[in-house]
Design a protein around this ligand. Structure first.
Ligand SMILES: [Zn+2]
Length: 382
């Protein structure tokens, strides 16, 4: 007799692994892999450069037949500096809520998936199911980039994908994409009484930041897409570090900016504009100073999501949910990457995003029950 556990038993096991993004997730992946293999799933893994973290893709049923893909990340955000009423890595059930780091974002969904395993095995002759577990989602959907190729190489591309991020079990068809950069500006130091003998890196950075701010203003005047809040692409500079003393012309300045773009927009045009501007500024401000440079280092990037509501897969989910309601969210997910790979993808999962990343993170037990109910209905054809 193969083992199986309830959703809360699984959640307790998953929460007990401290899979903060900076740490290894290998023990958790191993535990899931061993379990899935015991039920006959075929498992594939891909790793980060140091082999400290892994993605897992598991399949049951004929791989030549397009199946359903259920996906979630295994990493969680840190608890550093947060005050918790109970141990964040030990599941605690109080007043209809399951507390623990990752309960909401998004080990609750993973627990429901693992609970469903015997059901998918029972129906494996009729339907194919893929489960995907990623690493490093919380630091910019990094791990999923090495998971998508495993999925793209399946004999048949999945016919639909659910990414179970916390949406309070509301069907989400779209979100913005995001690209973030660190910009390193190198100038040339000199005494501030003779500024023409140097190149002021802080002032070059300031001109570039101003360019970004003008672009942000331009976006606000565009027609936009009212399904998103705010309905336009946003651009903002979040950090600036530069200079050492007032009487030294600063030789270095670094700043970070991000762009959260509408799925229909391509962030590369802004980056090309910024690159042109940096060349113009260097020509103006630093002629003859070969060491003066501007370098753009991408920190993270994921595409937006915009799934058509007339996909058969979307209708099937609406039937299982018992409502035609659909909406859009402002936070990003791995769903954009799956969608880019040609898989119709939605975001739908238990728990509220307002509970995620906070001290005393929890998922309401009725949300877990609702998720299980919807998954069961999907299993039986919607
Ligand atoms: Zn998440």
């Amino acid at each position: 007799m193969r083992e199986s556990w309830s959703v809360l038993q699984w959640l307790s096991r998953l929460v007990a692994h401290d899979t903060t993004s900076s740490k290894s997730n290998l023990l958790l992946i191993e535990e899931i892999e061993t379990y899935l293999q015991s039920w006959g799933f075929t498992c594939q893994k891909s790793f980060d450069d140091d082999k400290r973290k892994a993605n897992l893709l598991a399949t049951i049923g004929d791989p030549e037949r397009p199946g359903m893909l259920f996906s979630g990340h295994t990493d969680v955000v840190p608890v550093t500096g947060q005050s918790w009423a109970s141990d964040p890595f030990q599941l605690s059930i109080r007043e209809g809520k399951a507390y623990g780091r990752g309960t909401c974002d998004m080990k609750g969904f993973l627990a429901v998936l693992l609970k469903m395993v015997p059901d998918w095995v029972r129906l494996a002759d009729q339907q194919t199911t893929h489960l995907a577990f990623s690493y490093d989602e919380e630091i910019g959907c990094v791990g999923a980039r090495r998971l998508v190729p495993l999925i793209s190489n399946l004999p048949a591309l999945p016919k639909g994908c659910i990414v179970g991020e916390p949406t309070s079990m509301q069907l989400i068809l779209g979100h913005k994409g995001k690209t973030s950069y660190q910009v390193d500006v190198r100038g040339c130091e000199c005494h501030s009484s003779m500024p023409a003998h140097g190149v002021n890196a802080v002032e070059i950075a300031a001109e570039l930041i101003h360019t970004l701010s003008l672009q942000a203003k331009l976006q606000r005047t565009r027609e936009g897409d009212n399904r998103f809040d705010p309905p336009y692409t946003t651009i903002h500079t979040g950090t600036v570090h530069g200079g050492t003393a007032l009487n030294i012309v600063p030789g270095a300045c670094a700043f970070e900016f991000e762009m959260r773009h509408l799925p229909s927009e391509d962030p590369t045009s802004l980056l090309m504009h910024l690159d042109d501007q940096s060349n113009r500024i260097l020509d103006e401000r630093a002629p003859g100073f070969d060491q003066a440079k501007v370098r753009f280092n991408m920190r993270s990037s994921y595409p937006g999501l915009l799934t058509h509501e007339n996909q058969p897969f979307v209708s099937q989910i609406k039937k299982a949910l018992g409502t035609p309601d659909q909406s859009f969210v402002s936070f990003g997910t791995e769903a954009g990457l799956y969608s880019q790979a040609g898989i119709p993808t939605v975001v739908l999962g238990p728990g509220s995003i307002s509970q995620a990343h906070k001290p005393d993170e929890f998922v309401a037990l009725d949300q877990l029950i609702k998720c299980e109910t919807v998954m069961n209905k999907l299993l039986n054809g919607g």
